[in-house]
Design a protein around this ligand. Structure first.
Ligand SMILES: C[S@@+](CC[C@H](N)C(=O)[O-])C[C@H]1O[C@@H](n2cnc3c(N)ncnc32)[C@H](O)[C@@H]1O
Length: 213
């Protein structure tokens, strides 16, 4: 998996000084190095751009790496709402989105994402693209909320669904969240309101389209 990703990165990605600075700012602020991989970030940009999504919800901001990738997909016309547990991470992400030129198009909601999602549902908010990349234990809860908040035809993308390859490879070292991801993938695959597929980029991304009624 690692070899495959290095190959994809080397062939399909160009030097990206802005995103490299984001990675540096994350290190400098002693935050964990758990942003999406460069190719996974490029896939997010392409999915937002191809789908024409303009109202994006992200669950798990960290330092804004994936936020910038998502915002690049909608460019000047679109908005990102990003949910992040930690105030200081949201501040770092906001600063990086501002450097990238998207400062006026992003709103951060801090605290536990489940509470923010309930608030968005209460306010009858709707989104046409979702990116789930926070605490794994809540992935299925997040998926339920995303479906509730989705415009018909919306895309829901979830990261880390291969759990380092351990969901598929019995010889791979199991991760704490291997079984959680197996269950999440099965739910996304069998859900009557979703059309889903797993794309093995980075640590794996499940892409689900919310069916139109
Ligand atoms: C893998 S990182 C996100 C990486 C980011 N999407 C990127 O690629 O640039 C996961 C983030 O989820 C946040 N998080 C963890 N539990 C959360 C919760 N219950 N509610 C909201 N955010 C949470 C963490 O603080 C962390 O910043």
């Amino acid at each position: 998996m690692k070899q495959m990703n290095s190959y994809i990165d080397s062939v399909f990605l160009n030097h990206d000084p802005l995103l490299e600075e984001v990675i540096l700012s994350i290190k400098e602020n002693d935050m964990p190095s758990i942003s999406v991989s460069p190719s996974a970030g490029k896939l997010l940009t392409m999915l937002v751009s191809i789908s024409g999504a303009k109202n994006v919800l992200e669950i798990g901001a960290l330092g804004g790496y994936s936020g910038i990738c998502l915002a690049r997909g909608f460019g000047k016309e679109g908005n990102l709402t990003s949910l992040e547990l930690k105030e200081e991470y949201a501040k770092c992400a906001q600063s990086n989105l501002t450097k990238a030129g998207f400062g006026d198009q992003v709103t951060y909601m801090t605290g536990a994402a489940l509470q923010s999602l309930e608030k968005l549902a209460d306010e009858d908010k709707r989104f046409d693209f979702f990116f789930i990349d926070a605490d794994k234990d809540n992935y299925e809860n997040y998926l339920r909320y995303c479906i509730r908040l989705a415009e018909p035809g919306a895309l829901i993308v979830a990261d880390n669904v291969l759990a380092g390859g351990s969901v598929a490879d019995q010889d791979a070292e199991p991760r704490r969240y291997t079984e959680i991801m197996k269950k999440f993938n099965a739910t996304a695959a069998d859900h009557p309101q979703l059309e889903s597929l797993l794309i093995p980029i980075g640590d794996g991304m499940t892409v689900s389209k919310v069916k139109k009624p």
